[in-house]
Design a protein around this ligand. Structure first.
Ligand code: ACM
Length: 546
């Protein structure tokens, strides 16, 4: 039977009754939206909706739940709203039978109608409108008359930041969230613990931050083999700051996915609580790492380690209530300490583990069970698959583009959902090509390939020859911004912007819609926003904007 229900409207906030609304002068300028909506029809040359005074919101919209959510989302996107008016220029409706991130817009000279699949999509409707404000024939701000219907290709569109190698302030993190929201990214992957620093307050283990949040020195930017000889100040996010950032991200339509590395990249935690490591290996002397790269310290497969992880992740789950996934790291865990530890060797024997790699496998299963008890699923870097099957609901974050057989294909064949962040395209710490003369801009990473926005834009997230089921398993795309060479916010912005625009477009739009020359024009249309936000974006000649 044909469903008549596509247009069933569950919740509707008020009619527009903007009889007095003044249309704008004719609008000739075309809007420039990133990522490009799936369908966008613009009536050029006709009067549009005047944005000189903002959008009047009728009382009844302000009093309806979805209406209030719309006002918040529109204001967060920078649109001016005039609430509690007798006349209204906005209607908001939630429609059943649509995807959560689906939205449709209709702009006329009298008003704006927004329909969404869920409140989440109000953020996307708001951003599309914010990108679409242009100048009318009199030079005043206006929206052209238009109809938009839009929905993303991939449900997880993320950016990872690493405050472990170099600190990132709360304010800088908030700024990065605003940039993400502008381009409809919806997941902030926050890498909060690594060898070089533990960056989140855990009340039940105060030494994690007392000891783990500072180090004796840091490799210099000019030469990573040489330390700067300067102890760092303690740096970590208090639980109040974490809550503040999580709430701020939520207000922008972004969910924060925390990452605590298990079982490798854990020197800072083991320095704080040495009993967590492989205490019986020769020369055991854990400390917060002062070099980059892969360090030998891994957690020991003991009950007390599991208890520690249980307690830490319990606090983490409480701080990140909306995170459906918790990232457990899992990359680059060396086996050498387990091989050299009499305790780890006897543990392997007792548990029938064939090799030390299976200790990581054991940890991954324990973490998955632990997270399931909190109603969460684990995400891990693609190494989690290297030593045998992991729980089928574990999400694999694909990063090792060079490993064969391809980790992406392996994950899909094993039936795992996958978030792609291959280092061949989405390592925003890598070089973008021509560098500014300033040595502070030297990038990190051994790959010589230049990953400028064009390279990012060329990526096809849906590889050839997938079955429909495998296609469905590709849930996301993410860029990673490791911070070994990113010592401050200006460099972070330079590495991220405008590549983030290309990431957003590739994650949102069907690959068949891509057009590099036309996309460049839309990037250029973003420059005034970058400038208004004081973003140190990378200019076309490779120089930093600020
Ligand atoms: C990684 O770059 N080690 C995930």
């Amino acid at each position: 039977m044909k469903r008549p229900a596509n247009f069933v409207i569950l919740l509707l906030c008020v009619q527009m009754s903007a009889l007095n609304a003044a249309p704008s002068a004719a609008v000739h300028e075309a809007p420039s939206v990133i990522p490009m909506p799936v369908s966008m029809q613009v009536k050029a040359g006709e009067p549009g909706f005047s944005m000189s005074e903002g959008i009047k919101v009728h009382y009844s919209v302000s009093r309806c739940e979805v209406g209030r959510a719309a006002i918040r989302a529109f204001m967060a996107a920078g649109l001016q709203m005039i609430p509690e008016e007798n006349e209204g220029e906005l209607t908001v409706a939630i429609e059943s039978g649509k995807g959560k991130e689906w939205y449709a817009l209709e702009v006329t000279p009298q008003g704006i109608s927004v329909r969404v699949g869920s409140e989440q999509a109000l953020h996307y409707a708001a951003q599309t409108l914010a990108h679409s404000v242009v100048k009318d024939a009199e030079g005043l701000p206006a929206l052209p008359c238009m109809q938009v219907e839009d929905e993303p290709l991939l449900p997880y569109r993320g950016l990872m930041l690493d405050p472990c190698r170099h600190p990132q302030t709360v304010e800088q993190t908030r700024k990065m969230l605003r940039i993400m929201a502008r381009y409809k990214l919806n997941r902030f992957h926050w890498h909060l613990a690594d060898d070089q620093g533990w960056r989140i307050e855990i009340k039940s283990y105060p030494r994690l931050t007392e000891v783990g949040s500072r180090r004796e020195e840091t490799p210099t930017l000019a030469n990573h083999e040489v330390g700067d000889g300067t102890p760092t100040e303690p740096f970590y996010f208090t639980q109040d700051e974490v809550r503040e950032i999580v709430a701020y991200a939520n207000s922008l339509g972004i969910t924060v996915i925390p990452e605590i590395e298990v079982p490798g990249h854990s020197s800072a935690a083991i320095a704080a609580y040495p009993e967590l490591g492989n205490t019986d290996v020769p020369g055991y002397a854990p400390r917060v790492a002062t070099t980059w790269g892969v360090l030998p310290y891994t957690y020991a497969p003991r009950e007390n380690t599991l208890k520690f992880l249980e307690n830490v992740f319990a606090e983490v789950c409480e701080l990140f209530p909306r995170a459906e996934f918790v990232h457990i790291g899992g990359d680059e865990a060396p086996r050498e300490q387990w091989d050299n530890s009499p305790f780890a060797r006897s543990f392997m024997q007792q548990n029938g583990l064939r090799s030390s790699g299976h200790i990581q496998h054991w940890f991954t299963h324990r973490m998955a069970e632990m997270m399931a008890r909190h109603g969460r699923r684990i995400v891990g870097w693609d190494e989690i698959m290297d030593d045998g099957e992991v729980p089928s609901d574990a999400v694999v974050m694909y990063w090792r583009s060079w490993v064969r057989p391809c980790a992406l294909r392996r994950a899909l064949r094993a039936g795992h959902e996958v978030i792609q962040s291959p280092d061949s395209h989405f390592y925003f710490n890598f070089s973008q090509g021509k560098l500014p003369a300033n040595p502070q801009y030297k990038p990190h990473g051994s790959l010589t390939a230049e990953q400028d926005w064009r390279h990012v834009y060329s990526y096809n997230p849906i590889p050839e020859n997938l079955t429909p089921e495998q296609r469905r398993l590709i849930i996301g795309l993410q860029a990673n911004c490791w911070s070994e060479s990113i010592a401050d916010g200006r460099k972070l912005e330079y590495q991220t912007v405008p590549r983030i625009c290309a990431l957003a477009e590739v994650a949102w739009c069907a690959p068949t819609l891509k057009n590099e020359a036309e996309f460049l024009e839309r990037i250029r249309a973003q420059y005034p926003w970058f400038e208004a936000q004081q973003i140190n974006y990378r200019r076309e000649d490779g120089s930093p904007a600020l």
